[in-house]
Design a protein around this ligand. Structure first.
Ligand SMILES: [Zn+2]
Length: 260
């Protein structure tokens, strides 16, 4: 039996076309290929797996804390090797197409609560180190009531896509739904976009400010509920001594370039 399994494995791995780690993983999400522009990055694909372990509480916090900066250092080097460029906050783009900072929750701190947040608590984290950016969607079909069209989620910063989730079955306990993380090596930031409807990138995709990442949606445990108006949950973490800490970026969002 063991021999048979090994033979099958060898047949699989030694077949004519080389397989990447993602293709060899039968349960992994299907990753779209951009025509003519291979964006596969083994480091980013591996980071996505690492992030999923953190998200699901399947790695100790201590192990994750020490691994994170090492993994990001490799991704940073690869980003520049692959032609990634630095973009300063002055070049940042508002992350929802057709909207500006006026669409952010109007609570005292615009919804930003960093206390109680720990990146390494994954899906069970406390606080709300984020800004919720609401679109006009009274009938909750994830389309702008004014245009009838989906609303683009744009990369605020430059960087590379390091993690994402493209599936969110109804009833899933995952709070972020179809989420996406971009690592911005220039400013040492992890930028999080959650509750998307569709995602158009994959781990290793290099993005510039304003590039289309996906569309605003209602995926996620609470975001899917009737009481929740359709919004992008947007969060920026700064790596301080290798550890991701929330940054209040409301002023940056106010000054970010607005795209149609
Ligand atoms: Zn939120």
């Amino acid at each position: 039996m063991k021999f048979l399994a090994l033979t099958l494995l060898c047949t699989f791995l030694c077949s004519a076309s080389p397989l990447s780690a993602a293709e060899a993983e039968p349960d992994g999400p299907a990753i779209p290929q951009e025509a003519g522009a291979p964006t596969r990055s083994p480091l980013c694909i591996a980071f996505n797996g690492f992030n999923t372990l953190i998200r699901d509480g399947r790695i100790s916090k201590a192990a994750a804390r020490s691994e994170l900066p090492l993994r990001l250092a490799g991704i940073r080097a690869e980003y520049y090797d692959r032609g990634g460029r630095d973009y300063s906050p002055a070049q940042w783009v508002f992350p929802v197409a057709g909207y500006n900072a006026g669409a952010i929750d109007r609570g005292g701190n615009h919804g930003f609560v960093s206390s109680g947040y720990d990146f390494f608590s994954g899906n069970r984290h406390g606080g709300h180190p984020a800004y919720d950016i609401f679109i006009h969607d009274r009938n909750q079909d994830s389309r702008d009531d004014r245009s009838g069209k989906a609303v683009g989620v744009l990369s605020m910063t430059g960087g590379t896509v390091v993690a994402l989730e493209t599936e969110w079955p109804q009833g899933s306990k995952l709070r972020g739904g179809k989420y996406l993380w971009v690592y911005d090596p220039a400013n040492d930031l992890l930028v999080y976009y959650a509750h998307n409807d569709a995602l158009f990138v994959e781990p290793g995709t290099i993005v510039r400010p304003g590039d289309l990442l996906g569309t605003v949606g209602r995926s996620g445990l609470n975001a899917a509920k009737r009481r929740s108006p359709t919004h992008l949950h947007f969060s920026v973490l700064h790596l301080k001594n290798g550890q991701p800490l929330p940054v209040p970026v409301y002023r940056d969002l106010q000054h970010a370039k607005v795209m149609p």
